[in-house]
Design a protein around this ligand. Structure first.
Ligand SMILES: [Zn+2]
Ligand SMILES: [Zn+2]
Length: 452
């Protein structure tokens, strides 16, 4: 069975004469029957000013499927006792609930359905949600992704996520979507799609989506993370997924900070008084100067470094906003500079390539990447979240992956240690260049402040 789709961005203008897909206006007095024998009429309003939509529902179904309704319709709440009284009266004249017209049933009004995306009407969405609470399927095919994400938001608002998650699992909706994506390819995903899937993964407890799409968001970045970004209050909850948003931004900053430290490391090495040239020739000092010059020219060319005078005040800039994989690719393009034929291995390329490969492998490592592990996030967030963890003082090369660890929580540690370390010894020999930590070279687009 296919349902009319009411979702889309931007929402279509309201047609002059309603099409079949939009028969429900915000002031629709017809009652949608969810349960023919239901004892209650629910009036659902998006906000106070609207008349809302009416649904005939079963009280015990709602109470069993949603903690919110269990509370609202239970005996401890005024609404609950009022409804029982009204029902008792009704039953005196009628033996069967089915025979009582919906208009005579007790009515309960509910305002606010959660931070869903803009839809032309909430009528069908709420009908779907109430069907879910009554244990009905939403059809053989999975609902459209936006609908599914909106339903998850409504389910969260009414404390019914376990019920919705169980239904989605039972009908294998998410793995069906996965198999469709696999045939069509992942690459076309927009940020909104990524965020919708991430929200669904977190809310409906589907760890593969949490990990895959959080990694994607961390690597791609988001315009929303620019300090200049202006929040639009009509955005749906997936634009700011509780907890996940801060964690993802934090992880991205850690990764950028790590790549940045690599660049600073090599500039500092070649600016220090320690000889970097691999030959012991008279020309070694010139070789180092030449390599430093070419290095700065290269970083400046790929946009990871800007020169800034310390004489007058600096302009504020923001973090790198592009794709992290692209950033690493750009750094890997570093040519093999040679001052003359003798100095074949003195430059940046030979030394930075293995470290860039290491970083890329840590970003991608299967089962151990920078994405948020859905299981660990769900089961032990306090000890797992990067944003809640203490920074290790030092990371040294050689602190690699720990594949022997069999619990996934322990495996994540190696990645987190590298990206969160306060200092990193990139040479692995404890040999730090001794350079003033505030050189006149400011790495391109350094963040203004750190959350730690
Ligand atoms: Zn040399
Ligand atoms: Zn894990």
């Amino acid at each position: 069975m296919t349902r009319p789709s009411l979702f889309g961005s931007p929402p279509p203008p309201t047609p002059a004469s309603p099409s079949p897909a939009t028969t429900g206006t915000q002031n629709d007095s017809t009652i949608t029957v969810i349960a023919p024998e239901g004892e209650l009429v629910l009036r659902v309003k998006e906000d106070e000013g609207k008349e809302g939509f009416l649904y005939r529902v079963g009280i015990s179904r709602l109470r069993g499927a949603s903690a919110y309704f269990d509370n609202l319709l239970g005996p401890t709440f005024n609404e609950g006792t009022r409804i029982s009284r009204e029902l008792e009266e009704l039953r005196k004249g009628n033996t069967r609930l089915l025979d009582i017209p919906a208009e005579q049933l007790p009515e309960v009004t509910i305002v606010d359905v959660g931070r869903i995306s803009r839809v032309s009407t909430i009528k069908v969405l709420m009908a779907d949600f109430l069907r879910v609470l009554h244990g009905s399927s939403l059809g053989k095919d999975p609902p459209l992704l936006t609908n599914m994400a909106n339903l998850a938001i409504v389910a969260d608002r009414f404390d019914a996520l376990p019920t919705f998650a169980a239904l989605v699992k039972k009908h294998k909706y998410l793995s069906l979507i996965d198999s469709k994506i696999k045939t069509k390819g992942y690459s076309a995903s927009t940020e909104e799609r990524i965020r919708q899937r991430l929200l669904i993964g977190v809310f409906l407890d589907y760890p593969p989506w949490v990990r895959y799409y959080s990694r994607k968001l961390i690597v791609q970045g988001s315009a929303r993370w620019n300090p200049e970004f202006v929040e639009d209050d009509s955005t749906a909850l997936w634009a700011d997924i509780p907890g996940i948003e801060d964690e993802s931004l934090f992880r991205r900053q850690c990764v950028l900070d790590t790549i940045n430290s690599l660049q600073v490391h090599f500039m500092s090495l070649y600016m220090s008084n320690q000889r970097q040239c691999r030959l012991g020739y008279d020309s070694s000092a010139q070789c180092d100067s030449y390599q430093l010059g070419e290095m700065i020219r290269f970083f400046n060319k790929i946009g990871t470094l800007r020169l800034e005078s310390r004489i007058s005040a600096s302009d504020g800039t923001t973090d790198y906003e592009g794709d992290i994989t692209k950033l690493i690719d750009n750094l890997r393009q570093c040519p093999e500079y040679q001052i003359d034929n003798n100095h074949a291995h003195c430059g940046l390329r030979e030394r930075i390539l293995p470290l860039l490969l290491l970083l890329q492998s840590m970003i991608d490592a299967s089962g151990n990447d920078i994405g948020i592990c859905g299981e660990c996030w769900r089961d032990h967030k306090a000890s797992y979240a990067w944003s809640l963890s203490k920074r290790p003082v030092m990371w040294a090369k050689g602190n690699g992956l720990r594949p022997s660890e069999n619990h996934c929580r322990n495996r994540h540690g190696a990645t987190r240690d590298l990206f969160m370390a306060a200092q990193r010894d990139w040479t692995g020999d404890g040999n730090f260049p001794t350079l003033n930590r505030t050189p006149m070279f400011l790495p391109g687009k350094r963040p203004e402040s750190r959350p730690w």
